[in-house]
Design a protein around this ligand. Sequence first.
Ligand code: HEC
Length: 222
Amino acid sequence: MKRTRLITALVGIGILLASATVAAAGTAQAGSAKSMFCSGCHGVDGNVTYPSVRMAGQSTQRLGQSLMDFKTGRRFHPVMNILSAGLTQQDMDDLAMFYAAQKPLSLEHASLYWRLGGHDAINAAVDETIKISKADPRLAGRLSGACAPKLKEQLCAATGGPCTYTGRDMKTAHKGLNITNAEFGAVAQNLVSVLDAFKVPEKEKNELVGLIAPMQGVIVGQ
Ligand code: HEC
């Protein structure tokens, strides 16, 4: 009896820990409050370029990495080394989310997310790709579009935008669907034709395809 209760408690703690890991990702809202301190030098939206480089619209990964590098001393700058010493991982995640969400005044140093046109452009590309794929005879109605919200979130996160992917891992999400290489290829082709129609430059298109292509192995044949 006692043992069962202990196991239940442990499983409970396990679930709590698992959700804590998910919640550990930052939010732009929390980052906004914490950024007051940074705005004197970087500007309220991170668009000031002197004395630093523009933080607005950089990828969450790059911002988080820069802060971690200042904190650990891997990157040297007297002011940032001292300032980052007081930041927790949560602070850095929140600040990275906040600055990644700010519209950059120039696309230099901007994440792929912004170079693709940000939230609206990425979501429109996903919607259009799903629309074309639903009518594509090669897919014979196999794509329902139910995955659209998670797909948008995943692309936002993967391109360095201010999102955290909250869906299942790719292998689990496609279990039992028996997706073929031809089907994966058809959706990828449809995406590329949408990107062309949206006049996405070659560089950005290749970067995006480069993020999606490695997923083929875990999506196909599950
Ligand atoms: C007193 C001025 C000052 C304040 C306040 C300040 N910074 Fe900085 N920050 C700088 C300078 C100067 C650099 C450029 C360092 C370098 O050349 O490596 C920098 C660089 C950075 C970078 C690296 C940007 C890049 O892409 O190379 C990040 C990220 C950053 N700061 C985040 C923050 C955050 C977050 C805060 C608030 C907690 C903050 N800074 C507060 C002056 C400041």
